[in-house]
Ligand binder design. Structure first.
Ligand code: BGC
Ligand code: BGC
Length: 605
């Protein structure tokens, strides 16, 4: 008997157990009719489905807002975890049992089609306790290492499989053109070529482990104009005001690369282009994406994004589906959305043909995830493995960018360091947003990760060095400054200075104090984007940008002490002033303007 057969029989036995413990055995006989053994069965399956069953397949609800019995009743197609939405306890076993229970419920629906479960594993499987937290994309853009991206794609996929999820809402190929945007750290680079070359191996890595990918957010993400943000946002979910041609010129190559790498899905973007919201723009979601770019996979809407495209929910649903959305991420209003689909099909606002096309893309996605074969019931695995931590540590080392070094680095391991600054001992700050909650957490010991201080301590204490408590005893000062955790619109700012609203409260205090000791200063910045430093840089003997490195802080010390070389280069232009924050949009003037640092800068040893 093959291992897979044993697994399948074991899974079925568990299914029977779960069913018999929570429901009458009768319901197994009621198991839904649809059975898909090969891709060629899908068309027949669609013919056999009722309108209600089809409507359910186009719905993606949030785990906390749907009951198990409603999954059965409404033939729900997909469930997601929003940022930080986890079962309790937050263990692989609890995740797997939650998803298995949902799938048993789906099996009992009239169609019997399994659900597909999606999460934002955007820097490791970042909702799950003890999972390895990798650097955010901006740091990986600095590392600019395709092989590393593949390894991270694989390692993240393994930590996703360990909790039974099938589908990732990653990678983002947004390319922030104005770093005042709160999603800058989710972008690999302002340079779309760099983005395109990194996204391919990441997708390949995820797919090779059987995790489906979502390239997001299509299209114009990162290109919106300052002060056009939706609601009161400065820039997030705003409008792209450059011409469509200019926007495509900047954006398209990343999508061409991702489609070439077989990304399973693409997520539509919250933003508008010249005043038209992408979620309601057929010329982008169908004419461009399907007809020109030949994308064959599924288009999912973003979180409640359709609500902004038309006055009533019925109109929103019709417009989104007719524009090209195949699955509606409706975390809370999923039932009204389900009813709206049925209403629109009955009224001819959505054609049978378009409905069937969308259903088909959902079934193909599930087929590709192996859900009809042996994937129905999952088994729990391990997160935070030594193997993935090793890759994360390497990613941290490779992501660091050395921007100034006047005979300070590499450090001797027996050196005496006086460490100060608000980012010196805080794993929550190192991880940033999208870590155990949507906005991230200021928790110093988050996930039992390794802070900069922990990492320095480990090296110094075993080599005759020391973290001293009196600056007079120190050979040098290490000053760690940065930004608070944030996500999406909450990270929008008009002030990137060290005492701006999203900067750490004690940055300036620490910077000024460091200058009073008359010792060499090594400054390390832990932030989701470049902050303004022109007033201080002259006082620093060395300066390192560490981005948002995540839990493996020992990747920083590997480089500081010279065990590994510096090899990161700036994926973004470093502005001198707030006004320069959107400078990558002004390529014509780029070389005439004096920036703090240029795109691509980075010293080495
Ligand atoms: C974000 C997406 C994310 C989704 C689900 C949205 O607010 O824009 O990137 O995948 O939420 O968490
Ligand atoms: C969720 C995120 C989502 C965001 C959208 C949050 O409550 O946790 O996943 O992206 O809302 O606004």
């Amino acid at each position: 008997m093959r291992k897979n057969d044993i697994k399948r029989i074991f899974s079925l036995m568990i299914a029977l157990l779960i069913l018999s413990s929570c429901d009458s055995m009768n319901q197994i006989n009621d198991r839904g009719r649809i059975n898909i053994q090969s891709l060629s069965d899908i068309d027949q399956a669609i013919q056999d489905m009722t309108l209600e069953e089809k409507a359910g397949q186009l719905i993606q609800a949030e785990r906390s807002s749907i009951s198990i019995s409603d999954i059965t009743k409404y033939n729900i197609g997909s469930i997601l975890s929003g940022g930080g939405s986890t079962p309790n306890p937050n263990t692989p076993e609890a995740w797997v049992s939650m998803i298995n229970q949902m799938n048993v419920a789906a099996l009992q629906s009239s169609s019997g089609i399994p659900i597909i479960y999606g999460v934002d594993a955007v820097h490791g499987n970042n909702n799950v306790k003890n999972a390895t937290i990798f650097p955010h994309n901006i740091g990986l853009g600095a590392a600019n290492d395709p092989e590393l991206m593949k390894a991270i794609g694989i390692a993240t996929a393994k930590e996703m499989l360990a909790v039974g999820v099938d589908w990732n809402f990653a990678p983002a190929v947004s390319s922030a053109q104005d770093i005042r945007w709160g999603r800058t750290y989710e972008s690999y680079s302002e340079n779309i070529q760099r983005v395109a070359s990194l996204v391919v191996p990441y997708i390949e890595g995820q797919l090779s482990e059987g995790i489906l990918t979502t390239t997001k957010h299509f299209i114009g993400d990162g290109y919106t104009t300052f002060l056009t943000g939706e609601d009161d946002n400065l820039i997030d979910r705003g409008d792209v005001t450059m011409t469509k041609e200019q926007m495509l010129d900047g954006n398209l190559s990343a999508y061409i690369a991702a489609i070439g790498a077989n990304t399973s899905a693409i997520m539509a973007s919250f933003n508008s282009v010249n005043g038209v919201k992408v979620h309601g723009d057929k010329s982008l979601l169908t004419d461009l994406l399907r007809d020109e770019l030949q994308f064959k996979g599924l288009v999912v809407s973003d979180w409640e994004a359709i609500h902004k495209i038309a006055p009533t929910l019925n109109e929103q649903v019709a417009l989104a589906i007719n524009s090209g959305v195949d699955l509606l991420m409706e975390p809370y209003k999923w039932k009204d959305t389900y009813n709206a689909i049925i209403y629109n099909v009955n009224n001819g606002n959505i054609s049978q043909e378009r409905l069937d096309e969308a259903v088909k893309r959902n079934l193909v996605l599930k087929f590709e995830a192996g859900l009809f074969e042996d994937g129905l019931l999952k088994e729990a695995g391990i997160v935070g493995t030594q193997e993935s931590k090793k890759i994360a540590r390497e990613a941290v080392s490779k992501s660091l960018v050395l921007l100034k070094n006047e005979n300070i680095l590499p450090l001797e391991k027996n050196v005496k360091i006086y460490l100060i600054g608000p980012a010196s001992d805080n794993v929550g700050i190192q991880c940033g947003g999208w870590t155990f909650s949507w906005q991230g957490e200021m928790d110093p010991n988050l996930n039992n990760g390794i802070s900069l201080k922990d990492a320095l301590n480990t090296v110094l204490s075993s080599n005759g060095g020391e973290l001293v408590s009196n600056p007079n005893d120190a050979d040098l000062i290490v000053l760690a400054i940065g930004e608070k955790p944030y996500a999406e619109m909450h990270g929008d700012t008009d002030d990137l200075s060290l005492d701006g609203p999203l900067s750490l409260t004690d940055n300036i205090k620490a910077v000024e104090l460091a200058q009073t000791f008359n010792k060499p200063i090594l400054t390390i910045m832990i932030a989701g984007r470049p902050l303004l430093i022109s007033d201080y840089l002259d006082h620093w003997d060395a300066f390192v940008m560490a981005w948002l490195p995540g839990t493996e802080g020992n990747g920083i010390t590997d480089v500081l002490f010279g065990d590994k070389p510096f090899q990161g280069t700036l994926p973004f232009t470093w502005p001198l002033t707030n006004e320069q924050a959107s400078d990558s949009m002004n390529m014509d003037n780029y070389n005439k303007i004096e920036h703090q640092f240029k795109y691509g800068d980075g010293l080495t040893y």
